[in-house]
Design a protein around this ligand. Structure first.
Ligand code: NAD
Length: 459
């Protein structure tokens, strides 16, 4: 029996044995997680830094820890309301039955985390699953091994293993994990592996939440204030050196504005990294990932695209640095334009009209995020009506993800299901309908023999 197998069995037995946690117990569990996070904050920051071979503490604090504290606080404040039993209007022919529904915990939720935000994307789903009254087993990514160990220590500090636990290991452990009969399984990673995870879960009829990736477009309308738009676009692109699932993947820009776009992008990089690509700039997670990113740029250049490196790699600098790079007008069938980039490379595609931009986006798989820069409400509505994506931000990038009352999740190739806030609570619950009938109700007459009841059934 594997560690995950054993934990699932223990947690399921405890779930069946013990009463479902009430709101106070769930709040206490979330408070314990927040305390453990605070206690282990320095260790987590150091572990993430070591796993990336360099990631600023501010980035880990702002983009991983603060969102988690926010998520925990929000769930603690609102879960009483989310848990409330809701009345539904009864159907007249079932009179006088009362109808209501409530959210019940599913049982044991498995979570396969990702390496790029290894704390947030492992503990985030757990917060919502705990708020919904579940037990949780986490499998952090093997590409962030020190963070995985730090998460195991944090979780063991806060919870007994039959409530929340961590298993560590590589691809084989992840594969076996996805084949276990969880009551719900969350996977964050690539579309290709998401397919395999869903196939494994199907054998158990385990419902899945798949948080996948894709090529999230940024569309700049001709009327957009270029300085503001490009500044925000580059900021979203360069957090974590582009290793962000909702990072803008490519930009669609009116052809006449591309020279100004380049100048603004260079200015934005100077503003973000005034001392160059030093300690404020995250490193690429492995040599393999760095080689891949360089390969994407090489191939695009060989096929005629213009490459603009926006900052030099500091001489003698340590670590896996991929500089912020624009690639102007790459071939549509190049790897740069067919694979998710997941690094600080921004293809810039000349695109003259909004209609052409929407057509470009719709010719590709549905992305995880879509960004549009323009203040015009009517055109914003056209973008909403004319495209599909996991989420949308107008006039900024990435931050829709931090809206506590909005669901986060993909659609089509970028995933299914979602979490965060009330939708996360619902995702890890069974919305269970209940009808309470009076023993004297007329529904007692709906039964054979049918002969004497013709009038009743209108025959
Ligand atoms: P990946 O899919 O290559 O690997 C993810 C994890 O899956 C690994 O840790 C591995 O152990 C495990 N795995 C591999 N084969 C498996 C199998 N057959 N069954 C079960 N598990 C298996 O992804 P990655 O390279 O680590 O992450 C990058 C991808 O993740 C990008 O596409 C990115 O967009 C996406 N992502 C999405 C979100 C989101 O919230 N939607 C967040 C971060 C990353």
């Amino acid at each position: 029996m594997s560690a995950a197998d054993d934990l699932l069995a223990r947690q399921r037995a405890a779930f069946l044995r013990e009463a479902r946690p009430d709101a106070a117990a769930r709040r206490a569990a979330l408070a314990a997680l927040a305390t453990a996070l605070r206690t282990h904050e320095a260790a987590l920051i150091a572990a993430v830094d070591a796993d990336f071979g360099g990631r600023p503490a501010a980035e880990t604090r702002l983009l991983e820890l603060l969102p988690l504290y926010d998520q925990i606080g929000h769930a603690r404040r609102h879960l009483g309301r989310w848990m409330r039993r809701r009345r539904a209007a009864g159907s007249p022919f079932l009179w006088p039955a009362r109808a209501f529904w409530e959210h019940q915990p599913l049982g044991v939720v498995g979570v396969i985390g990702a390496w790029n935000y290894p704390v947030l994307l492992t503990l985030g789903p757990a917060v919502d699953a705990i708020a919904a009254g579940n037990r949780v087993v986490l499998k952090p990514s093997e590409l962030a091994p020190r963070t995985a160990e730090a998460l195991a220590a944090l979780v063991a500090y806060a919870f007994p293993p039959e409530r929340v636990a961590v298993v560590t290991g590589g691809v084989e452990v992840a594969r076996a994990f996805s084949a276990l009969p969880w009551d719900h399984l969350v996977f964050t990673g690539s579309t290709a592996v998401g397919r395999q995870v869903m196939a494994a879960a199907a054998a158990n009829l385990t419902p899945v939440t798949l948080e996948l990736g894709g090529k999230s477009p940024a569309i700049l309308h001709d009327s957009a204030d270029l300085s503001r738009a490009v500044g925000r676009l580059m900021t979203g692109k360069l957090f974590n050196a582009g290793q962000t699932c909702v990072a803008p993947d490519y930009a669609l820009v009116p052809p006449a504005r591309i020279p100004a776009f380049e100048a603004e992008a260079a200015r934005a990089v100077r503003r973000l990294f005034p001392n160059g690509l030093t300690d404020d700039y995250t490193r690429i997670v492995t040599d393999r990932h760095l080689d891949r990113l360089r390969g994407l740029v090489e191939e695009a250049r060989d096929r005629g695209a213009r490459v603009v490196q926006l900052a030099p790699v500091p001489e003698g600098a340590n670590g896996r640095i991929m500089p912020p790079t624009l690639v102007i007008d790459p071939a549509p069938d190049s790897r740069l334009m067919t694979e998710e980039i997941f690094g600080p490379i921004l293809p810039v595609i000349p695109c003259g009209t909004l209609d052409a931009a929407l057509e470009f986006v719709n010719a590709r798989p549905r992305p995880l995020a879509l960004y549009y820069f323009d203040d015009d409400r009517a055109r914003q509505d056209r973008v909403l009506a004319g495209t599909m994506s996991g989420g949308v931000t107008f006039n900024d990038t990435i931050f829709h993800l931090a809206q506590l009352n909005l669901p986060f999740g993909g659609v089509g190739d970028s995933g299914m299901g979602g979490y965060h806030g009330p939708d996360g609570f619902a995702q890890f619950s069974k919305k269970r309908p209940v009808m309470v009938q009076a023993h004297w109700a007329a529904t007692g007459l709906i039964r054979p023999p049918w002969g004497g009841r013709r009038r009743l059934i209108g025959a």
